[in-house]
Write a protein that binds this ligand. Structure first.
Ligand SMILES: Cc1cc2nc3c(=O)[nH]c(=O)nc-3n(C[C@H](O)[C@H](O)[C@H](O)COP(=O)(O)O)c2cc1C
Length: 202
């Protein structure tokens, strides 16, 4: 059976009424996010497609006060308060050693060999492209579960990489605060490009 289009309520929740809680003045409701919810987000997000099923995103879910204290000084000033008060901050990393897991993730071919020994730039490109996609799936998964997101690139990526992914080839890509956003704190939504300005049908 083919799937049907989602109903309007679902499209509103995922896209039309969904907002980003990332501006300096945006705030979070005092409502926790459980470990079970975090695991549910990953259970959905990991199913989104990646090149050769590389699944290169590695996520550090910053929840404890101790971990937040390590993270906050590495954030841009304007991203600190909302990161401190968010129930969860997901650090989405890109693993340049993603090929090591390909015998498990892509068992019907020797896919590890396709990437092994590739120049750092090639590994970075694949890991970056696909972990960014996975970060987007993570945002949509969180929204599908009724949560709000605040993605952020305003932080010292080298320092976050060293602090949260030491001794690995995982590089911090972007972060995403997750919780229940306070809609009263939002500015009106900015416009998006209309079809004719952003797209061509050839
Ligand atoms: C990868 C990424 C990085 C972002 N980085 C920041 C940031 O560092 N600080 C910030 O205030 N907003 C940041 N934003 C939020 C965007 O400005 C916001 O998603 C966009 O304006 C759309 O807002 P809306 O979803 O409410 O319409 C980021 C968004 C994304 C997707």
């Amino acid at each position: 059976m083919p799937h049907s289009p989602l109903d309007d309520a679902a499209l509103d929740q995922l896209f039309r009424a969904a907002r980003t809680f990332a501006s300096t003045h945006d705030t979070w409701l005092d409502r926790p996010v459980s470990t079970d919810q975090i695991e549910q987000i990953w259970a959905l997000a990991r199913l989104g497609p990646t090149q050769t099923n590389t699944v290169p995103a590695r996520v550090a879910w910053v929840v404890s006060a101790e971990a937040k204290a390590r993270l906050i000084p590495l954030m841009d000033e304007g991203n600190r308060d909302k990161t401190l008060t968010a129930p969860v901050t997901a650090i989405i990393g890109a693993d340049l050693d993603f090929h090591e897991k390909l015998p498990y993730l892509y068992p019907h071919a020797d896919a590890r060999a396709w990437f092994e020994g590739a120049p750092e730039q090639a590994a970075l490109l694949t890991a970056w492209r696909n972990s960014s996609l996975q970060g987007a799936y993570l945002i949509l998964a969180a929204r599908a579960l009724g949560l709000d997101c605040g993605p952020m690139s305003g932080f010292d990526a080298d320092k976050v990489t060293a602090e949260f992914f030491p001794g690995t080839r995982i590089r911090a890509n972007f972060m995403c605060n997750i919780g229940y956003g306070n809609r009263a704190s939002l500015r009106p939504r900015n416009p998006r490009l209309p079809f004719d300005e952003a797209c061509r049908i050839l």
